[in-house]
Design a protein around this ligand. Structure first.
Ligand code: NAD
Length: 260
């Protein structure tokens, strides 16, 4: 059975595309294919060229630099969303960062600086983006972010990022409650391991990826395209009635202990 989703006339902002492997890009591809108008924000001018290349073939796309922790840049970004679109139907937060030092040693040794950086960039920016977006949202609008199972179980070396993902998942529920009366939905997608820039910065990610493929119910890892398809469901009218949830797309990895 094939379900086709028509997002023509709908608008989206995707925050956090670094290159074609980014999960944000896998999501954007589904939105563009469904006919949505999509704006992108990226962190730092060094990423501009890559994003210009990626979006070149898609009419009506636009890009703007915005560090999600910079209040002025966030204000300018959402002013641009207002100018370009007038309103916003879909907001995609695909942003995370923790200093390498916090992921090399013991969780016990996490410094307050690394804690603050990881939680601010990886969790608080969702709250900030939702607040900036609020005047542009209307009933039926949908917000998503990306999380990881290390919020629920210890994944070696993930350390403070596991705590940041737990905060992101809890923030998803609180935002969903705040937006509930207006039926604006907020959900987070828990993706299995995928080879992206952010993942490569996690010490031992290669081993984690291979183990994931062996242990998942499917005997393989989930793919960025599968993340994109779940995002399409949650962002479109297919997902009405779903809010405050952490939804897994991991080829059945999180349900397994170790396979026989
Ligand atoms: P990625 O490196 O392609 O994307 C991460 C993005 O975050 C980059 O575009 C980076 O520029 C952006 N970013 C970091 N700090 C920022 C800031 N201060 N302001 C604005 N942008 C900032 O890697 P990805 O794997 O596609 O990561 C996207 C999301 O998916 C992250 O939340 C990540 O934790 C999550 N995720 C990834 C995996 C995986 O295995 N790759 C699994 C589960 C969840």
């Amino acid at each position: 059975m094939s379900v086709s989703v028509d997002l023509s006339g709908k608008t989206a902002l995707v925050m956090g595309v670094a290159n074609s492997r980014s999960l944000g890009w896998a999501i954007a591809e589904q939105l563009l294919k469904a006919g949505a108008k999509v704006g992108f924000s990226y962190q730092g001018e060094r990423l501009r060229g890559e994003l210009e290349k990626l979006t070149a073939g898609y009419e009506g796309t636009w890009i703007q630099q915005a560090d999600a922790t910079n209040e002025e840049e966030m204000t300018a970004l959402f002013a641009r969303v207002g100018q370009e679109f007038g309103q916003l139907d879909m907001l995609v937060h695909s942003i995370a960062f923790a200093p390498r030092t916090a992921m090399e040693g013991r969780f016990l040794d996490t410094t307050p600086e690394d804690w603050n950086t990881a939680l601010t960039v990886s969790a608080y920016t969702l709250v900030s983006a939702a607040r900036h977006a609020e005047p542009l949202l209307s009933p039926g609008s949908s917000i998503i972010s990306l999380t990881y199972h290390a919020s629920q179980q210890v994944v070696p070396k993930y350390n403070v990022m596991g705590v940041a993902k737990a905060a992101l998942e809890a923030a998803t529920r609180y935002l969903a409650a705040d937006f509930g009366e207006r039926e604006i939905r907020v959900n987070t997608i828990s993706a299995g391991p995928m080879r992206t820039i952010a993942a490569r910065s996690i010490p031992g990610f290669g081993g984690l990826y291979d183990k994931g493929a062996r242990n998942a119910a499917f005997g393989r890892n989930a793919t960025p395209e599968e993340v994109g398809k779940l995002a399409l469901f949650l962002l479109s009218d297919l997902g009405t009635g779903v809010t405050g949830q952490t939804m897994y797309v991991d080829a059945g990895l999180s349900i397994m202990t170790v396979k026989e």
